[in-house]
Design a protein around this ligand. Structure first.
Ligand SMILES: Nc1ncnc2c1ncn2[C@@H]1O[C@H](COP(=O)(O)OP(=O)(O)OP(=O)(O)O)[C@@H](O)[C@H]1O
Length: 264
């Protein structure tokens, strides 16, 4: 696979004359007692963006996702999604987002088939789904062969594809994936990234994902946000990754945090 196949819809996200903001964060701060977890974060995510969020362990990536999803309303500042306030319209907004949380590995004894898991995703649409869309999704994610298998009998990468189908069954406009690449082996990863790029380019789904794999973030994301409590960078990913100073600072910062985290 050549790199150009993996480059996301930079044109639609950056050269569009009037970008449509889908997510707007203004001065978002999250505290846990006196600990500051997110510190005054402000940025916009436009329709069609493929945004990679990078930051060391404990940087606040999952916390940020939970705020955007309306699962954590204990924040200062404001978050508007689809032109609605997350505090006032959380349920309505949640229905329009597909979410794949961190670590989805199922116990082999988990008593549900792939088909049943996907249908759980329709609850956001009152249990309704379009049969043709479901067929299209099965083709797109390549899970047709194991629809009747138990989810726990599949590999990490296969389970992740099922979770994508579940997250997309209600036809969300925004897809959020929290470190989706951790359970997938290197051989399957490229196919997985290709699927994400296809969803972004061909289905025009706005994607926000987090990862510790900087090469992958550089390769597939059109934009990048660099987070450690504060937002250190938000912009074009090529611009971020082509500047060696950015990478040097990021690596030094991550290393420092890593050592600090493991020294007590
Ligand atoms: N429910 C919680 N209660 C208290 N503190 C929490 C809670 N969830 C997260 N934190 C703290 O918030 C900080 C940010 O955690 P978060 O999970 O958002 O980071 P992350 O960037 O997603 O990390 P990782 O890359 O390790 O997944 C951490 O210091 C963590 O200990």
């Amino acid at each position: 696979m050549v790199e150009s196949e993996l480059v996301s819809s930079e044109k639609s996200s950056t050269s569009s004359p009037d970008p449509i903001p889908l997510v707007i964060l203004e001065n978002v701060t999250v505290k846990n007692n006196s600990d500051v977890i997110l510190d005054n974060i402000s940025f916009k995510i436009n329709k069609g963006d493929f945004l990679g969020i990078i930051g060391p362990n404990g940087a606040g990536k999952t916390t940020l996702f939970k705020c955007i999803l309306g699962l954590n309303k204990e924040f200062e500042g404001s978050i508007r999604i689809f032109d609605k306030d997350i505090r006032r319209s959380a349920k309505e907004i949640y229905k329009r987002i597909g979410y794949i949380p961190q670590s989805n590995s199922f116990d082999p004894r988990f008593p549900a088939t792939v088909n049943e898991i996907i249908h759980l995703g329709t609850f956001k649409n009152n249990g309704h789904h379009n049969k043709e869309k479901l067929e299209e999704l099965i083709q797109l994610t390549g899970i047709g062969e194991y629809l009747h298998k138990r989810i726990g009998d599949l590999s990490g990468g296969q389970q992740q594809r099922v979770m994508i189908a579940k997250a997309l069954i209600h036809e969300p406009e925004l897809l959020i994936l929290d470190e989706p690449d951790t359970a997938i082996d290197a051989g399957v990863l490229k196919l997985f990234y290709k699927l994400l790029v296809k969803l972004n380019k061909e289905k025009n789904i706005t994607i926000i994902w987090s990862s510790h794999d900087l090469d992958a973030v550089n390769m597939v994301s059109s934009k990048v946000a660099c987070l450690y409590k504060k937002l250190f960078f938000h912009g074009n990913s090529k611009e971020f990754f082509s500047n060696e100073n950015n990478l040097k600072t990021f690596n030094e910062y991550s290393m420092h945090i890593h050592i600090k985290t493991h020294s007590h």
